[in-house]
Design a binder for this molecule. Structure first.
Ligand code: 13P
Length: 241
């Protein structure tokens, strides 16, 4: 379960949210939980989460390792702050920051060079979906990374399917729609098909999580809005457990 806080929170709210989540997630669990706060709060979140089983992740990364890249954050900086995962290729960045498939491939490699695990997001627009081109889009987004890194490195990666039209809209993909894409993504991984975790993201809430987790090719969820509410987030994590 990955909570992507996006650009939300402040020190006071984060402290409260993290304390509730840590308190509600004591002991042993089969589900792995990751929280991805905005960059300025990683250090604080790291200190609150230390001693818990909840892992830390970041929301994006530079494709470069160091140098004159004002405003950018490198994989090694994230590793320094105990991040274990980095979300890359999120549709909000592909659309609003014009990140290309090639840039995403370079970011994927940068995350792995830093010893971290990329969570590679792919997903089609509403137009692609309506025109029946969703699998074509997913295939293009995945192929750009495969072409740059090869497939073997996906052994140390997580994939996430986030249909753009389902993110933050309250509209979830139907189980059939989600399962079709997840099965397709798994098939693209060939020999690694059974080893790579594929998450679903897009308006996952406590009331629809169970139904999605019951699908054979869905291994977990990438949560936006639901990760900002401790009770909702914990209910979903427990459903996954
Ligand atoms: P919502 O859960 O708010 O739809 O966001 C999903 C998402 O974009 C997670 O990365």
């Amino acid at each position: 379960m990955v909570g992507n806080w996006k650009m939300n929170g402040n020190l006071r709210e984060n402290a409260e949210l993290l304390a509730k989540v840590v308190a509600g997630w004591q002991g042993e669990h089969s589900a792995e939980v990751v929280i991805c706060p905005p960059f300025p709060y990683l250090m604080h979140a790291n200190s609150v989460l230390s001693g818990s089983t909840i892992l830390l992740g970041a929301q994006t990364v530079s494709e470069h390792d160091s140098g004159a890249y004002t405003g950018e954050v490198s994989g090694s900086m994230l590793a320094d702050l105990d991040c274990k995962f980095v979300i890359i290729g999120h549709n909000e960045r592909r659309r609003m920051r014009s990140e290309t498939d090639e840039q995403v491939a370079h970011q994927f490699a940068a995350v792995q060079r830093a010893g971290l695990i990329p969570i590679l997001c792919v997903g089609e627009s509403l137009q692609d979906r309506e025109q029946g081109r969703h699998l074509e889009t997913i295939s293009r987004q995945l192929s750009a990374v495969f072409a740059y890194t090869g497939k073997a490195v996906f052994k140390h990666a997580v994939l996430a399917y986030e249909p753009v039209w389902a993110v933050g809209t309250g509209k979830t993909a139907t189980p059939e729609q989600a399962e079709e894409v997840h099965r397709f993504m798994r098939a693209q991984l060939e020999e690694l098909a059974s080893e790579v975790r594929i998450l679903y993201g897009g308006s996952v809430k406590a009331h629809n999580a169970q139904q999605l987790f019951a699908l054979p090719d869905i291994d977990g969820a990438l949560l936006g809005g639901a990760s900002l509410d401790a009770d909702e987030f914990l209910a979903i994590c427990k459903a996954a457990d």
